[in-house]
Ligand binder design. Structure first.
Ligand SMILES: [Cu+2]
Length: 170
């Protein structure tokens, strides 16, 4: 029993530290938050916008911004490089093509250096006559770093610690 307790406590401490680190990572990633977008999330359009833009709650760094528009055909429909002005990041859009869902993916750097990424989408109901850019790479399809591996890691740490303590029981 003398050996069992410290091991169990070590496992609990490790799990608590992991959960804390995960929560802190989420707070940090929430620094520059998107507060508006154009076209709006889930907007239904009948014609192509000339550009798409996202507005954040704080000014962004003008370098290292990425923004793409990926169409229902998995091709890129944005044109050129994104433009950052203050708290707004925008990118030009080609005349659109097939009707369907277009997803805007972005990755920007807030003034304090934190990288923020995300996406939103809008629908086009009337097909356009435009031609697409290149096929989107998997990385253009967006998504944030998932936090579930940290939670799984914490559960495994507790499980291994408990198992080890039980096996050492005389
Ligand atoms: Cu920050």
């Amino acid at each position: 029993m003398r050996r069992l307790l410290p091991i169990a406590w070590a496992a609990v401490l490790l799990a608590a530290l992991t959960v804390t680190a995960t929560l802190m990572a989420q707070v940090a990633s929430a620094h520059a938050a998107r507060i508006a977008e154009d076209p709006a999330d889930n907007a239904i359009l009948t014609s192509s916008p000339s550009q798409v833009s996202a507005t954040f709650n704080e000014r962004l760094q003008t370098t290292f911004a990425a923004m793409t528009v990926v169409g229902p055909d998995a091709n890129i429909w944005s044109a050129d490089a994104p433009n950052v002005r203050g708290a707004v990041v925008a990118v030009g859009v080609r005349p659109l093509g097939p009707a369907g869902r277009y997803t805007v993916n972005y990755r920007v750097t807030s003034a304090d250096g934190h990288v923020v990424s995300g996406s939103w989408s809008f629908g086009l109901t009337v097909p356009g006559t435009g031609t697409p850019g290149p096929a989107a790479a998997a990385s253009d399809e967006g998504g944030d770093i998932p936090t579930w591996p940290f939670a799984v890691g914490a559960i495994i740490a507790v499980g291994v610690g408990a198992l080890w303590a039980i096996r050492r029981r005389p």
